[in-house]
Write a protein that binds this ligand. Structure first.
Ligand SMILES: NC(=O)c1ccc[n+]([C@@H]2O[C@H](COP(=O)([O-])OP(=O)(O)OC[C@H]3O[C@@H](n4cnc5c(N)ncnc54)[C@H](OP(=O)(O)O)[C@@H]3O)[C@@H](O)[C@H]2O)c1
Length: 333
């Protein structure tokens, strides 16, 4: 079949997307980034993946978040990205901010997991090949490894940047003490940590409570929030049961047993507040994260263009009244 040619929308930077400075760096990121953990693997329709990616770019989403093992199967989200990039986005490479990561289970044997220099370097080479890229914009250590010396993991990030295979370095899900070490190690080597990636949403505020978000902010590092919709819980997706095809129905990363009647009741309450604000629950959940000015961008997942369009609307209103914030807190207590 002949692919339709793609020309990016000329008004892509004028149709509402807002950009935030990433820590104390030269980089601006869109308030909404597109995450490709689910829905872009080989099991998902390529035509839909392409449609979502094009819609994202046409609406000012310049940041695409990947990792070596996104799929399923592992590696296939990067393959999908590479396929669509090659057909649609190659002329726009310099307008895109593409992330990959390594740190979780990827390939068999002792060198396909955690934080060794060998794993990070080999995995990034594989990711570049799958995506058809010469470099990524940011490469993350996907998780803290308690066994590998932190210096080894961090020096691998420094060397990857010096080799030109990534423009910036980042860390994801590192605990506070290790984060402090990473921020100063990378800074001393003139490869300052551009981004910390952590889970932050109305339900899960661990990065705030542990002091990670403050530490990152104090050190001039940006923060991007993953699973800002709690994998779909903080949307209207489950208000009336578990729809077929939804993430909870697939039983991969979202355990349906989390969706207790008590939680659904709280979500309905939150949904009412969202309606009063003129937003959907998903919009309000994203606006809530973006209300914290230490957050550079929220990385949203989606399984349709409509969901993405809804999520993008959240940037219109990221302010909350004190009463709204207090009511949200009291519901989720
Ligand atoms: N660093 C890390 O360790 C890490 C970990 C997790 C994620 N991430 C990154 O963060 C990204 C986002 O995480 P996530 O996929 O868990 O994100 P999420 O944004 O919290 O949830 C996405 C899911 O919510 C549902 N949804 C999205 N928009 C909706 C809307 N407007 N209305 C109703 N439902 C909506 C969809 O569920 P259905 O699919 O059921 O339709 C979608 O798949 C990932 O893709 C990945 O790039 C990083």
């Amino acid at each position: 079949m002949i692919e339709s040619l793609y020309k990016a929308d000329d008004s892509r930077y004028d149709n509402g997307m807002k950009y935030r400075r990433c820590g104390r760096s030269g980089i601006l990121l869109p308030e909404i980034s597109l995450g490709m953990w689910h829905n872009f693997g080989e099991v998902d329709p390529l035509s839909r993946s392409k449609e979502i990616m094009r819609y994202a770019f046409d609406h000012g989403i310049t940041a695409f978040d990947l990792a070596n093992n996104y799929g399923p199967s592992y590696g296939t989200a990067e393959e999908t990205f590479g396929y669509v990039f090659n057909k649609s986005f190659r002329p726009y490479r310099d307008e895109m901010f593409i992330a990959s990561k390594a740190g979780y289970d990827m390939y068999p044997g002792p060198y396909g997991n955690w934080g060794s220099r060998k794993y990070l370097m080999a995995s990034l080479n594989q990711s570049l090949k799958r995506m058809g890229l010469e470099y990524v914009d940011v490469f993350y250590s996907h998780r803290y490894d308690p066994e590998t010396p932190l210096e080894e993991t961090l020096q691998a990030l420094v060397d990857i940047v010096r080799q030109g295979k990534a423009i910036y370095a980042g860390i994801s899900r590192w605990p506070l003490e290790a984060t402090k070490f990473a921020l100063s190690y990378l800074k001393e080597r003139d490869v300052p940590c551009l981004l910390y990636q952590g889970r932050l949403n109305m339900i899960d505020r661990e990065v705030i409570e542990s002091g990670v978000l403050d530490e990152v902010d104090k050190n001039g590092c940006g923060f991007v929030s993953f699973s800002p919709l709690a994998q779909g819980i903080l949307t209207n997706r489950y208000l009336d049961g578990i729809p077929e095809g939804s993430r909870a129905s697939l039983g991969r990363s979202l355990n349906p047993s989390l969706l207790t009647p008590t939680l659904i009741d709280k979500l309905k309450h939150l949904n009412d507040i969202a309606s009063d604000r003129g937003q959907t629950l998903a919009e309000m959940a994203l606006s809530w994260v973006l209300n914290d000015r230490r957050v550079t961008s929220v990385i949203v997942g989606c399984s349709s263009v409509n969901q993405l369009a809804d999520s993008i609307r959240s940037v219109k209103c990221t302010d909350f009244t004190e009463t709204e914030l207090k009511t949200i807190d009291s519901i989720l207590k």
